[in-house]
Design a protein around this ligand. Structure first.
Ligand code: SOE
Length: 394
């Protein structure tokens, strides 16, 4: 409904819901975002399933118990193998470090569970491919938590692109800038710092940050065909938290690449943890024949839009405040003008998932979509080594 007057936020009638028993692996940052989403989605969206927080699993029993108390999980496991075999669990949600994703996902699929997995799906495309094969062979619902696809402003951009408003696309550019690893005294490895340990993370910013940019780009602008990349590790040795020894750093601290999309557009991508002053500056811009658009995560409720077809005297960039009830997802929240934030992207994603499984529909990003991103990140890392253009596997 158009909203040029006073509008009340929409509430919904709670329909009869089936229970969906969740078994969560992990108790860190991502486990919190997912748990919050399971609790909030049914309160704001008409979903056919009621997530039941059955069990949380983590290696440290005390931490897992504390997490269970905070979020309302009914039970605690310390071995994911036990969790995966539990008959009272319908869905395994993997929010543990990257080196655990493949083994858990494959076992969960074999046990017939629905499987949700934090990004990146695997440490490499080979791992992601085995995971995708497993969920497809078991025919179980699956999804990767590329949450930024569910920012309302980004969904609006997708709608505008799909409507063909931009005409031919010439350029796509995207960045993800952070600054939290600049200190050479920061150790690598262990809880909170496993993202700096190559064996656990699989890569540095390429898999951790660029994977977000790439997933969104593939969704908005279609397949990437070839890439040429450079990476750098600025701090070459760090103390390892687990061994206490100073060890070589294997991850990429910064990664940038040029690429071509199948639609003929050219693109630049950049991610780093060494951009002083930037905390999580995910940006993107698309330039088409008729229109351009831009978005950034620090101002996530705004879409910048320029349309050359506007009357020339008034032509200019618009900064659209995405809070009206005719904007994606927004009628489920507050009243026009009131913003939502980061945690809502996870709530939207699980609401979409619950609706999709209720209708037996495919949900994206699926594991196959997560694999497509990893074909690109693998090509980026390969190109940084070979210093050549590399083709992206389809
Ligand atoms: C890294 O700092 C990180 O937490 C990523 O792992 C997340 O995927 C990203 O959303 C925010 O930054």
């Amino acid at each position: 409904m158009p909203t040029d007057g006073i509008e009340l936020g929409e509430s919904h009638i709670v329909m009869a819901r089936k229970n969906l028993n969740i078994g969560l692996v992990g108790y860190g940052f991502m486990a919190r975002t997912h748990s919050n989403a399971y609790l909030q989605a049914p309160r704001f969206f008409d979903v056919p399933y009621q997530p039941i927080l059955k069990a949380v699993c983590g290696r440290n029993a005390d931490r897992a118990k504390g997490f269970a108390e905070t979020w309302g999980y009914q039970s605690v496991e310390t071995d994911w193998r036990t969790l995966v075999q539990r008959r009272d669990i319908d869905l395994i949600d993997i929010a543990s470090p990257n080196d655990t994703h493949a083994e858990i996902a494959i076992a969960a699929a074999k046990a017939g569970k629905m499987v949700l997995c934090e990004k990146p799906l695997g440490r490499t495309a080979a791992e992601a491919s085995a995971m995708t094969d497993a969920v497809e062979a078991a025919n179980v619902p699956n999804m990767v938590w590329y949450n930024y696809r569910r920012v309302p402003a980004v969904v609006l951009l997708k709608q505008l692109l799909d409507e063909g408003r931009f005409g031919r696309i010439f350029h796509y550019r995207s960045k993800f800038l952070q600054d939290w690893t600049i200190s050479k005294d920061l150790p690598q490895g262990g809880e909170g710092l496993w993202r700096l340990d190559l064996s656990v993370a699989g890569s540095g910013v390429t898999g951790d940050l660029l994977a977000h940019n790439i997933d969104m780009a593939l969704w908005l602008n279609g397949p990437i065909t070839e890439v040429t990349a450079m990476t750098e590790t600025f701090v070459k040795e760090r103390k390892h938290t687990l061994t206490g020894n100073v060890e070589p750093v294997g991850i990429d601290d910064a990664s940038a690449f040029l690429c071509r999309f199948a639609n003929g557009s050219l693109a630049t991508f950049e991610a780093t943890r060494y951009a002083r002053g930037h905390k999580a500056l995910f940006t993107l811009e698309v330039n088409g024949e008729h229109a351009s658009a831009g978005w950034d995560l620090h101002d996530l409720h705004r879409l910048q839009y320029f349309d050359h077809r506007d009357e020339s005297r008034l032509r200019g960039w618009k900064s659209v405040h995405i809070t009206d009830s005719d904007h994606p997802y927004m009628k489920h929240w507050w009243v026009p003008g009131l913003q939502i934030g980061y945690e809502h992207t996870f709530i939207h994603q699980i609401a979409d998932f619950l609706q999709a499984i209720g209708k037996n529909e495919k949900i994206s990003p699926s594991f196959a979509d997560g694999l497509a991103t990893e074909y690109v990140t693998d090509a980026v890392l390969k190109s940084a080594k070979t210093k050549q253009w590399e083709k992206v596997l389809a």
